[in-house]
Design a protein around this ligand. Sequence first.
Ligand code: SAM
Length: 212
Amino acid sequence: MKPYYQDSAVTLYCGDCREIVPQLGTFDLLLTDPPYGCSATTGWGGKYDSFSIAGDDTTELRDWIISVIDSPFILFGSPRIERPKCDAVLIWAKGEHTGMGDLAFPWKPDFEEIYIKGKSVFSGKRTTSVLRYNARTDSGRLHPTEKPTGLIVELLNKTTAHTILDPFAGSGTTGRAAKDLGRQCVMIERKEKYCEIAANRMRQEVLPMFEE
Ligand SMILES: C[S@@+](CC[C@H](N)C(=O)[O-])C[C@H]1O[C@@H](n2cnc3c(N)ncnc32)[C@H](O)[C@@H]1O
């Protein structure tokens, strides 16, 4: 299996994770943001066109990955879909410029859920389970569901996991955070255009503020 990109911290495969994951070894942690099972929608309830998320119609891919990877996990999800079996739920508060949803309803859907499994591998200073990081909404964002790197860094800092798998890598935020923290990460992404974006992010130097 030839990686699309590889350096001393990150390996990225371009392809369907259902074919690639069975050929990989074990990992300390599964940290991923799978297709949510609710279809990627714009703030106005319409579907993204050029930004459609492969496999976003059902929770099948999410349920498949947690059935084959027997590791602790950190998984992103939506309050609109059924939660997977997990030990804890965190909230990602996405900031005031998100969550348009139903404009007639007086609360905005401006958060996502983060499912944690394998409590024993998580440690560190006790902090709130509401994580506030603004989602990128500007035209320069790299992926329609791009996660803030600082959010992933905060999550990774609560675990000693050294080897991390992200089989739904998108623009490569997990790899970027792992590399900045001196961890090892294997990523898989089906769409080549996101592999290219992720590879370009990996080529950037480690940011000193995240070095251990
Ligand atoms: C929710 S996005 C991840 C976004 C990422 N967290 C980021 O910060 O950019 C999920 C990604 O999984 C990819 N994907 C969907 N099905 C896949 C599959 N079977 N194998 C590998 N990647 C897949 C999609 O193309 C999409 O980019």
